[in-house]
Design a protein around this ligand. Sequence first.
Ligand code: NAP
Length: 547
Amino acid sequence: MNAQAAASTAASTAQPDFDAIIIGAGIAGLYQLHNLRALGLTVKVYETGTDVGGTWYWNRYPGARFDSESYTYGYAFSKELLDEWNWVEHFEAQPNTLRYLNHVADKFDLRKDIQFESRVDAARYDEANGHWIVTLASGEAATATFLITALGPLSAYTLPRIPGVDSFRGEACHTARWPKTPVSFAGKRVAVIGTGATGIQTITEVAKTAAHLTVFQRTANYAAPLHNRPITPEEMAEIKASYPAIFARCRETPGCFIHMTDPRGTFEVSPEEREAFWEKLYSEPGFGIWQANFRDMLKDPAANDIASAFLKKKIRERVKDPAIAEKLIPKNHGFGTRRVPLESGYFEVYNQPNVRLIDLHETPIERITPEGVKTSAEDLAFDMIIYATGFDAVTGGFDRVDIRGRDGQTLKAKWADGPKTFLGLQSAGFPNLLTIVGPHNAAARCNIPRCIEQNVEWVTDMIRHMRQHNLTHIEATAEAEDHWTSEINELAKDMLYTLVDSWMTGVNRNVEGKDVRRVLQYQGGAPAYRDHCDAVAADGYRGFILR
Ligand code: NAP
């Protein structure tokens, strides 16, 4: 049956196939499934991959690991799960995280409602029957009262728009589509294009065994040390005993990490005190240097400048060749205005004889050739090219599904100049479509499982409320959406990150139309976001039309 025929057959039935369809079986999709099943709903999850895990299923590249403390990252909802799972590193590596998510899927018997290898191509709201018709790439279709997207803000990976990408005859791979089988770099000439958080983890690992590694850097980033180490059994026992306090702490901080912004202003302390504070943050594990820095660091240009100078000094200290160090120092943005990559010996890689850095501002790539890469200065031959070139962030996952709401309006067209949402969970004109960790909520700047749990639990409560009151239809009002969208834009105004190109401002020049900065995130911090959501619910879902 072709897609249209399947869709029209499905459309002809007034009774939907499921109460809810969820797109994606990553951290968000799994938890939403578990919650809705507990409410007694019939649920189907469609997942493109062959198994659960989302981000941790796809991103198997060498060196992939958390930048969040492992014990702040797992699900918090089940004490039994918390008690039985042992993290082995303070910042867990991808294989064990994927094992964890498989354990969760098994423990809660989630796979039985997940259909794998099922990419959702289209979703259309059927106004006559008041439900969604979801069509897969295979042509199969199904209907549901609620459509819940759990797409992940960083799932739509992008290859560079460089001529000849398809012509290369060696091995080539985007980091987000890394093979499941082991990849060896021994004896190989490897190229890595991209130096974001992914590139930095990959480069550090590949440099250990490749015969030669060439790094193609367009924008240098301020990376800071991760300071990872194993968790001893004694530490794990202590962590288990402290989970309530750990999660309570995460609830208080703006990004749901264990790191809290320092309440002092940069210039309220002496230069010596400042330096000592930064040295301390730089020597500690995790995101403290970004998330626990002075309160004005990400807003006041002068405060940001001197914090940036500290990070620049660190790069100069760590890279032996001053000319290479200068190339590795960011020139067009301040510290923390792009997502800070955490690293484990990244800068020292450039002291190795088998590693070369090419600054694409000096010698841009002209094309990928059958043998390798041609820059404006030379032809380079490689055995392998690794594309660590990032994602069409936050809205990209939505753009790839043809989502049509009332009157055939597409979500892609509605969000073309920037998302318009209420609470980042709903968009007017798209009834019963709920966007977990979608644009305009706190999630894209968050220790994401914490924000996922908040989103999922709020949506679950809302659906429970609807069922208790015999309601089947929820839709944000245009006024509520306008108000929320203006508030989002207003909150972002005094943040320095809005002046910088990065995935956080939705810029990705590998994608048509994504060369303009947009406000994609709620900047008031996760606690304030949660308060907004709770107030809306307490006020009978104010801002929504319920029928
Ligand atoms: P990214 O930060 O967007 O970095 C992409 C890199 O590719 C940038 O260096 C970019 O250069 C470069 N690039 C893109 N197109 C190019 C082109 N045509 N020519 C040359 N270079 C090009 O993507 P990412 O590194 O995958 O990271 C995305 C986010 O995923 C992170 O910020 C983080 O939130 C998340 N992540 C988390 C972890 C973790 O928790 N440990 C690890 C990895 C990723 P420009 O900067 O000049 O555009």
